[in-house]
Design a protein around this ligand. Structure first.
Ligand code: C2E
Ligand code: CA
Length: 699
């Protein structure tokens, strides 16, 4: 019997490979479901379909649907091609009637094994059903000549659900390491690996009940010497005579070599190399799988977040912190069980995934035990951290693995504080849920602002005057972004700017801010205040975009903005990321006439020695140094030293957050160039800012 196989795959390369691999069969090909349908209509007697699921026009699922309802294709067996991470597709395909699956990238030996087994089954069925001449295609001949283990079993009752073995060929005897007589006596359940028996019997039961016509699985036999052999097995129902007792035929192929490789690959993909624990990939795939299978058992995650690890790495080196991580992994691993798996999710994060816990109290008790254990483990290392608990509900949102892990991170980071070296426990609750929801709303609002959806969100600017202490006139306004949202009302920039940075929405938002600031500058000019400048806050992400400078200069040219009136404020931490790159960018802007200021100077990473390297014009002294000027011993304040150092480097100095006369007095005495703060004015709307300029002697 010539087996006809139709390979349906949109990848010409895959079709070619499969075809060359299966040269002993008659192979037809199709590039999508529609073409496959046409071939099936035109060519009679196609036995086997190898079907890719993802294809244009008509995909694999649609083809399976179409075939399922068509009596002409009842005998057609389908093997689906799925990707490694597409468990749900596998399940869906098998439910739609596929008999087996092969995962991509296609492992050629595995493909060949599966096809050979299915072909042998088809031949056996064919021989039986047609009752052909004994000499040519007799069942005996197939049994003995097929390079595949074959066993035929009859019956099956509650006493012995596996039935009685009536026939096994020599390959089957060889694979299992037992004679036909031994096999008949023991039955297959006794020689099957205990972990595989349930799945096999469940399948058999469905077969006997007529729910399915066949099934396939990878399973293990135990040989007499105790060694394990992996096989790929296909089982099909047979009813040789009408009304005769149900039998089934079982075909097996030894796949131990392939299985070994597969297991090694699986181990590598599921484990962290350093700690030997499961990795984040595996955690994600388990969470995904459990969501799809709608597991009813109680599930919870316990996240452990070690603080200080990065800082210790800077001070003591990577090896040292790696040692600490390994120590933590070993200790935590003592708490893992079959129903409470431990994962090394990120460099300084561990996660327990716990099935079937009793109640929240049990989770909290466990987390507290972990906290005590880690505290005593790290007592000399100054490491602390947070432990977060998240119970996974059954709602549809819980299928979103990213969201689950984000919630867990929020809970475990809640109490992380670099200055503490204990471990605090936090249960994810409604309050934290509200924080997460708020962040989601803010992201939506930022998107709406970018899309100019004014009903949902409004992005606008306020302007805060900066006064020159020598002339007492306004030298510029700082443009400060504001966000109003329909859902939350006004959202402060300290909240939405970090979210915009995290989501990269700061790029379109930042462009809008710059253009609005330019239009304000042109209004000032039109009202006669052409010498007042504007200072715009720019984030690192904007600066690191290679075309930032050319875009900015282009936008200025288009709007005829005088570059001397434009200042850019950047935080000093920006230079820590890529000092050379940022310096060359600021040089380009300064050459074009813009001013560059370091914002919040003194709070970031750079030391004073670093300040020498920065190509900038101005330093804005952080509010906290101005706040210090309220103390009793002003002589000890270093604010004056910062001002004189800034002058020595040739920079102008602006003090921000000036709220009281006494601060202003000090700053004047110490030669500070400019001031900004509530004492002069709060940030103002556009018209108020222009009025302020007119009332306060601006030139
Ligand atoms: P910043 O650049 O340090 O801006 C100064 C902040 O101090 C502003 O807060 C301002 O309203 C506030 N402030 C000014 N004078 C006083 C005072 O006398 N007392 C007190 N208590 N506060 C004063 P705001 O507007 O909430 O902005 C917060 C931060 O958000 C800004 O800090 C800046 O880093 C960021 N930001 C604002 N607008 C933008 C923007 O368009 N782009 C970027 N990237 N960041 C922005
Ligand atoms: Ca600023």
């Amino acid at each position: 019997m010539q087996i006809k196989i139709l390979v349906v795959d949109d990848s010409a390369f895959d079709r070619l490979i499969i075809k060359s691999m299966l040269s002993e069969y008659s192979i037809l090909t199709a590039c999508d479901g529609l073409e496959a349908m046409r071939v099936l209509e035109e060519v009679n007697g196609i036995d086997l379909l190898i079907l890719d699921l993802n294809m244009p026009n008509m995909n694999g699922f649609q083809l399976l649907e179409a075939l399922r309802g068509d009596e002409r294709f009842r005998r057609l067996r389908t093997i689906i091609l799925t990707n490694y991470d597409e468990l749900e597709n596998e399940i869906k395909g098998l439910r739609l009637g596929a008999v087996d699956y092969i995962r991509k990238p296609i492992h050629m030996d595995s493909l060949k094994v599966r096809i050979d087994v299915h072909a042998a089954l088809l031949r056996a069925q064919d021989a039986l059903e047609r009752k052909l001449d004994e000499q040519t295609y007799s069942l005996d001949m197939i049994l003995e000549q097929a390079p595949i283990g074959i066993a035929i079993t009859r019956g099956g009752d509650p006493e012995r659900p596996e039935g009685v073995l009536v026939r096994a060929n020599s390959v089957y005897e060889e694979i299992t390491g037992r004679t036909m007589e031994e096999l008949a006596e023991l039955g297959w359940v006794a020689i099957t690996h205990p972990d595989d028996v349930k799945e096999d019997l469940d399948n058999l039961q469905r077969l006997q009940a007529g729910e399915i016509r066949n099934y396939s699985m990878d399973k293990r036999y135990i040989r007499p010497d105790g060694s394990v052999v992996w096989v790929h097995m296909i089982v099909a129902a047979m009813t040789p005579q009408p009304n005769s007792e149900m039998s089934h035929i079982c075909l097996v192929q030894d796949v131990s070599d392939r299985k070994q490789m597969e297991m090694e690959r699986k181990y590598i993909s599921e484990h962290d190399r350093w700690t030997g624990l499961y990795n984040r990939n595996y955690l994600e795939s388990l969470l995904k799988r459990d969501a799809i299978l709608e597991r009813q058992s109680k599930r919870a995650l316990i996240g452990i977040n070690l603080s200080m690890v990065q800082l210790l790495a800077v001070n003591y080196g990577f090896q040292y912190t790696q040692g600490l991580i390994k120590k933590a992994a070993e200790v935590l691993n003592q708490f893992s069980t079959d129903s409470r798996l431990l994962f090394h999710a990120r460099e300084n994060r561990f996660v327990f995934y716990w099935y079937d816990y009793k109640d929240k109290r049990e989770l909290v008790n466990f987390a507290e035990t972990i906290a005590d254990t880690l505290e005593s483990l790290f007592v000399t290392d100054r490491i602390g951290g947070g432990i977060g608990i998240l119970e996974i509900g059954q709602s549809q949102h819980e299928a979103d693995v990213d969201l689950i892990l984000r919630k867990l991170l929020i809970a475990s980071e809640k109490h992380v504080n670099a200055s503490r070296n204990d471990f605090q426990v936090c249960v994810y609750d409604e309050e934290l849920e509200a924080t997460v929801n708020r962040e989601t709303y803010i992201v939506e609002a930022l998107n709406a602002a970018v899309a100019d959806d004014h009903a949902k969100a409004e992005l606008y600017l306020q302007y805060q005057p900066i006064v020159d202490l020598r002339t007492n006139a306004i030298s510029s306004f700082e443009a400060l972004a504001r966000l109003w949202t329909a859902e939350l009302g006004p959202v402060p920039p300290a909240e939405f700017i970090p979210i915009a940075e995290k989501t990269k929405l700061i790029l379109p938002i930042g462009e809008k801010v710059i253009l609005k600031a330019f239009s304000f500058l042109n209004k000032l000019k039109a009202r006669g205040y052409g010498r007042i400048g504007i200072a715009i806050n720019v984030s690192a992400i904007q600066l690191l975009k290679p075309d930032f400078a050319s875009w900015l200069l282009g936008a200025m040219r288009e709007r005829q903005i005088d570059s001397n009136n434009v200042g850019i404020e950047i935080t000093e931490s920006v230079f820590a990321s890529d000092c050379k790159g940022i310096n060359s960018m600021t040089k380009e802007l300064r050459d074009a006439g813009l001013h560059i200021a370091i914002d919040d100077f003194g709070t970031g990473y750079s030391s004073l020695s670093r300040a020498k390297e920065l190509r900038i014009d101005c330093m804005k002294i952080a509010k906290q140094f101005v706040d210090k000027l309220m103390g009793t011993n002003l002589k000890r304040a270093i604010t004056g030293d910062i001002i004189s150092m800034s002058h020595k480097l040739g920079h102008c100095t602006i003090a921000e957050g000036v709220e009281h006369d006494i601060q202003l007095q000090y700053l004047k005495e110490h030669d500070c160039d400019k001031v900004q703060g509530y004492l002069i004015s709060r940030p103002l709307d556009e018209e108020d800012a222009i009025r302020f300029a007119s009332e306060h002697g601006a030139i």
